[in-house]
Design a protein around this ligand. Structure first.
Ligand SMILES: NC(=O)c1ccc[n+]([C@@H]2O[C@H](COP(=O)([O-])OP(=O)(O)OC[C@H]3O[C@@H](n4cnc5c(N)ncnc54)[C@H](O)[C@@H]3O)[C@@H](O)[C@H]2O)c1
Length: 378
């Protein structure tokens, strides 16, 4: 596969490096494009396209990788698919769930694949949690809670690009940008809830328009309840994920997964044997080193799936779920009310477009120094 890379900022430069170093078998760069023409010495050996049109009409380009600011993902992915290219879009796949749904349809109609960079699915501890829940060996899930508040970002992170922290630039903050990875893992494991209520704080810790703190309570079909909280202003914050099941309990924290399995119990809450006591448990702690293949793993899967050589694990459909949940949380906070699924995405789009109309991209972002600085906050 030969790919055109669009957007050469913090994450685009990383994709460039990974591909140029040959880390993804079967993937080569056809060339790159950024609306701010890049210095050729920073992208050695790469063909630099003069326009998107030139890239999209190049028959050598089989696929495009879109690493531009979030507000441009939908339009660029749509244009790439319609030009007959496969598309891999950085997260979030789109800012609004209706757009994400449209991309799924366009990809099907064009017979091309549309993938999204949900790289945290390759993190071994999350894959293991999903496997344990999906196997059913711990029984029915009663309750889940994920406090993922260690997404601390200093003000300069937001001041560094024109689009960050603005409604116009990214249609949200902690939910659609940083935590979209965790929201994706959450929907990957549990799917979408029936209903939720969320509370968000906008510019509580930073000089930004969008939310830098969010807390949501959810109820699932079958009775599972869940809480999710995220924050980009708290320090040091924590990352603690708990899942309470009929036949066991999971807690993930600091790269360790604590697993408690209840011995020979169908349902300990119903079993009179335990009316006056607690279940007998087998407890183990699994330790996980490293974060897995991350972006390289997603790119490998994309290449294999485009070659019809494997299943696409990071599809636009998967990207849709996380955008849907993040949008619903914002809608609930804006309207101070419960939101049920499928939620009213037209109402969401209406309120968002009012906010976008009143929003302004930053005029004088500190760019060069900051581009290096951002790399440490990927
Ligand atoms: N998956 C991850 O781990 C991860 C990490 C960081 C960022 N991201 C996502 O990647 C995207 C980019 O983030 P970043 O930190 O690299 O941003 P950035 O501001 O550092 O870089 C964006 C680049 O895109 C260029 N650009 C803007 N509009 C363009 C257009 N229409 N055509 C061509 N080039 C255009 C800009 O000139 C800039 O060079 C965001 O959507 C972000 O959410 C993902």
């Amino acid at each position: 596969m030969k790919a055109g890379l669009i957007g050469l900022g913090a994450i685009g430069a990383m994709h460039f490096k990974n591909i140029s170093e040959g880390k993804i078998d079967g993937l080569e760069l056809a060339g790159v494009f950024d609306e701010r023409p890049p210095a050729p010495e920073k992208f050695p050996g790469a063909k630099i396209y003069k326009s998107l049109c030139e890239m999209f009409s190049d028959p050598d380009v089989d696929a495009v990788i879109i690493a531009t600011p979030s507000f441009s993902h939908f339009e660029l992915a749509k244009a790439a698919l319609e030009a007959g290219k496969h598309a891999l879009v950085e997260k979030p796949i789109a800012l609004a769930s209706a757009d994400a749904r449209e991309l799924v349809k366009i990809a099907k109609d064009c017979g091309k694949i549309c993938a999204v960079m949900l790289n945290q699915r390759t993190t071994p501890i999350y894959a293991r949690i999903r496997e344990l829940v999906a196997s059913g060996e711990l029984g029915r899930v009663n309750r889940a809670s994920w406090f993922m508040t260690n997404w601390y970002r200093p003000q300069i992170y937001f001041s560094s690009s024109p689009w960050r922290g603005t409604w116009k630039g990214e249609a949200g903050g902690a939910l659609i940008n940083q935590s979209i990875h965790n929201i994706d893992i959450f929907t990957w494991i549990f799917g979408l809830p029936d209903t939720l209520r969320a509370w968000c704080k906008f510019g509580k810790y930073h000089d930004i328009e969008v939310e830098d703190e969010a807390t949501a309570c959810m109820e699932y079909a079958g009775g599972m309840t869940a809480t999710f909280a995220t924050c980009t202003g708290e320090f040091p914050g924590s990352n603690r994920f708990e899942i309470a099941c009929d036949k066991g309990f999971l807690r993930a924290e600091n790269g360790e997964l604590f697993i408690s399995r209840f011995e020979s119990v169908a349902d300990y809450t119903m079993n009179t044997k335990y009316m006056f006591g607690t279940p007998e448990c087998v407890e183990i702690t699994e330790k996980f080193d490293g974060n897995g293949e991350q972006h390289v793993g997603v790119l490998k899967n994309f290449v294999a799936a485009a070659d019809c050589d494997g299943r696409l694990d990071f599809s636009a459909e998967e990207g849709y779920n996380s955008v849907c949940l993040a949008n619903a949380m914002l809608l609930s906070a804006w309207t101070k009310s419960d939101v049920s699924f499928p939620f009213d995405d037209e109402k969401y789009a209406r309120i968002l477009s009012e906010k976008m109309r009143a929003s302004k991209l930053r005029e004088n972002p500190d760019t060069d120094f900051i581009l290096d600085f951002q790399k440490s906050f990927r």
